[in-house]
Ligand binder design. Structure first.
Ligand code: BTN
Length: 320
């Protein structure tokens, strides 16, 4: 019923529709209409109530509300269960709790803002309200725990595809999991896992996409290395469109990996890589060195040619 009332309000967007008309059209009591309107307001919709004219939906709030996401969802597994927060510490933390309590595969957690957004290597993640997609997806892949890192590669390929199809902006993937536009970061991915020795319980893929962040909004520490898709495109970008496209692309890449293995995903990752072929400085877990990044192997490890020979880097960071 709530959905039907929302549809009616949307249909009459910009105008008022009386409680009586709603109750008559949908064959529910005026009290029920009132209750549903309160619930919609609670969920974040801005609905004007006029004593004589009735109700009017203010032009869409642009929020990532579950009903709005569901209306445009084309994926069939990812996003079937949606947990939405106006503000949360970290969508990855919320998703890990849900996953530990048995939520279904494909559950997503999305927030307008994060106050404790986390990045890789114990860094923070700038997550201002309403300007980005701060999203975590729960997967329960039938992979070995050794293969969990490949989920990050899958996500990078899925997000790159979605950005390209929705905005036309060509981004590149910097190993292991940053998506850059003209050398500046627009997306970060943080994959976390719970596993036994031989099986994965769940993987949470957290994605932070700077969608409509203004360049001057970035804190000074990251202003020179970060940017947003709206800065790249020169116009605002629909977060809902991008989010639903991402879910659908990530689902397609995940199915491909499950059904046919990682080879094709790796191929696409390599095609979009801006790291391969470059002279890089490597900041590894236990040492730093330089060399030429020439390939990634089947595990997603970066292969570097150095004077001493070929080095294999599975975790860490590189600068180009
Ligand atoms: C990085 O580049 O270091 C990874 C950044 C990942 C940020 C996202 S935003 C949604 C999810 N929740 C978090 O706390 N982090 C990830």
């Amino acid at each position: 019923m709530r959905k039907a009332i929302l549809e009616l309000l949307k249909h009459n967007s910009g105008q008022y529709i009386s409680g009586e008309d709603i109750s008559h059209t949908l064959k529910v009591s005026r009290t029920a209409v009132w209750k549903h309107i309160q619930a919609l307001k609670q969920a974040g919709y801005e609905i004007e109530a006029h004593p004589r004219l009735g109700y009017s939906l203010r032009q869409t709030t642009g929020r990532l509300l579950p009903d709005e996401i569901k209306a445009q969802l084309t994926s069939t597994v990812l996003g079937q269960e949606i947990h939405y927060f106006d503000e949360v510490d970290s969508t990855n933390n919320a998703a890990k709790k849900l996953a530990a309590n048995g939520c279904p595969e494909g559950t997503i957690v999305v927030a307008e803002s994060q106050v404790g957004g986390r990045g890789r290597l114990a860094r923070g993640w700038f997550s201002p309200p309403g300007k980005g997609i701060w999203l975590s997806v729960v997967l329960r892949p039938p992979f070995s725990p050794m293969d969990a890192a490949k989920c990050t590669l899958m996500a990078a390929v899925g997000v790159t595809r979605a950005i390209n199809s929705v905005t036309g902006i060509g981004c590149g993937i910097k190993w292991p999991n940053d998506i850059l536009w003209q050398g500046r970061k627009v997306v970060g991915i943080l994959t976390e896992m719970s596993a036994e020795m031989d099986a994965i319980n769940f993987v949470v893929i957290g994605m932070g996409i700077n969608v409509n962040v203004n360049q001057e909004d970035f804190p000074s520490e990251i202003a020179s290395v970060a940017t947003s898709l709206s800065v790249a495109a020169g116009c605002e970008i629909s977060r809902i469109k991008l989010l639903t496209a991402m879910l659908s692309e990530l689902e397609a890449v995940y199915m491909l990996a499950k059904n046919s293995g990682f080879a094709l995903v790796l191929e696409e990752w390599k095609k979009n890589s801006i790291t391969l072929g470059q002279q890089v400085d490597v900041y590894g877990i236990d040492r730093n060195f330089s060399g030429q990044a020439f390939d990634i192997d089947a595990d997603g490890a970066l292969l570097i040619k150095t004077f001493q020979g070929v080095e294999r880097v599975l975790a860490g960071d590189v600068s180009i």
